[in-house]
Design a protein around this ligand. Structure first.
Ligand code: NAD
Length: 347
């Protein structure tokens, strides 16, 4: 038996789709949106503001990784001062995370324009960081009302970010396939998403302005993000969350390094997921194919290449074991230590 509970999802997809943002804002009945971005994407925020015309009430370009509460408070002040009735977030998971915080705390609906492959736009998961502690939760109110995917905007995403970000997306699909709440719809999206990304990412990294490859990669990221939003993640996401939070590691690279190791541990216990991934990757050895893809994409070789000291690994298993999580096979302390050790050494 399965239960498929589809999340509402309005997606506008295609090169040049950014030109549609004003229409999307009008469809939602919004009149005064606050445009959100990181400092690095201020020029893009200015472009969106121009496209929105009088619908843009103000700009906040201070979005930061992990949604610090001080950043949210500063954005709330701007939203109040310009009497914003919604927001438009343009950027990666950090900027979309800020829009989600404003939806959660102020009820502001959002239109988002993702420019990485992280997939946050497809999930009802929010995160907030206060005094160095990140709290996360699920609430349908944070789901963007409209998502505008314009592959042209991803041409500027450097190769060193595109590869890990794409593997981060593939990790969502891998874990969705063996999630307790997987359904045939999820499996279909996961298979297509992994196939698209595995085909597109080497081309994207070789030539960031390859329009067809950028479109295929973003389409894959959308599908993998939708898998993330609809299912419960397992050991891989748990481990990356612990590693990232404890050791302040870069999100996408951590996923890209750890994924082949968790896949090697979990897939023997999840033969149906393994079969789907074999088809999607055109291989009979999924962990090896993921390792090869990471190598082709220039992902740092092992957690130690991210500057992690071996002594830091000892605490990781404790924290993974501290709270339950879903996984196709129970991982003992020794299993987790072995996975982390292998991921530290090399992919
Ligand atoms: P990010 O949003 O932090 O972006 C990284 C940097 O790249 C930023 O400086 C950004 O301005 C820049 N950038 C983004 N797109 C660009 C482009 N096209 N060209 C040039 N520069 C660009 O990174 P991310 O990997 O997208 O997001 C990671 C964050 O998202 C993490 O905090 C993670 O926890 C969160 N996340 C949340 C969910 C969820 O469901 N809530 C899902 C995935 C990720």
């Amino acid at each position: 038996m399965f239960v498929h509970d589809a999340l509402p999802m309005r997606v506008v997809f295609g090169p040049g789709a950014l030109d549609r943002v004003a229409e999307e804002v009008d469809l939602l009945g919004l009149h005064r949106v606050l445009v959100l971005s990181t400092p690095r994407q201020g020029a893009l925020a200015a472009r969106v503001t121009a496209l929105l015309g009088e619908r843009a009430a103000g700009t906040f370009d201070g979005a930061r990784m992990h949604v610090p509460s001080a950043t949210v408070a500063a954005a709330e002040d701007v939203a109040a001062s310009v009497r914003a009735d919604g927001c438009l977030a343009i950027g990666g998971g950090s900027t979309i995370g800020l829009a989600k915080a404003l939806s959660l705390r102020q009820g502001l609906p959002s239109v988002v324009v993702p420019t990485t492959y992280a997939g946050s736009e497809m999930t009802p998961v929010w995160g907030l960081t206060e005094d160095g502690r990140k709290t996360t939760g699920r609430d349908p109110v944070v789901l963007p009302r409209s998502v505008v995917y314009d592959p042209d905007l991803t041409h500027a995403l450097p190769a060193a970010v595109s590869g890990p970000s794409g593997l981060n997306a593939i990790a969502h699909a891998v874990e969705a396939l063996y999630a307790p709440n997987a359904t045939p719809v999820i499996s279909a999206m996961a298979e297509r998403g992994v196939r698209d990304l595995a085909a597109a990412l080497p081309l994207v990294v070789a030539d960031g302005s390859d329009g067809a490859a950028r479109s295929l990669a973003l389409e894959g990221a959308w599908l993998c993000g939708a898998c993330l939003g609809a299912t419960t993640m397992g050991l891989h996401h748990k481990l990356c969350h612990v590693l990232g939070g404890m050791l302040d590691l870069p999100h996408a690279e951590t996923h890209a390094i750890v994924l082949p190791h968790v896949a090697a541990f979990n897939l023997p216990a999840a033969p149906e997921a393994d079969a789907v991934l074999r088809r999607a990757l055109g291989t009979d050895d999924v962990p090896a194919a993921l390792r090869d893809l990471a190598t082709t994409l220039g992902v740092p070789d092992g957690l130690r290449a991210l500057g992690v000291a071996h002594a830091d690994l000892a605490r990781v298993a404790d924290e993974v074991l501290a709270a339950p999580y879903s996984n196709p096979v129970a991982a003992t302390r020794a299993d987790i230590e072995a996975i982390v050790e292998a991921a530290w050494r090399s992919r």
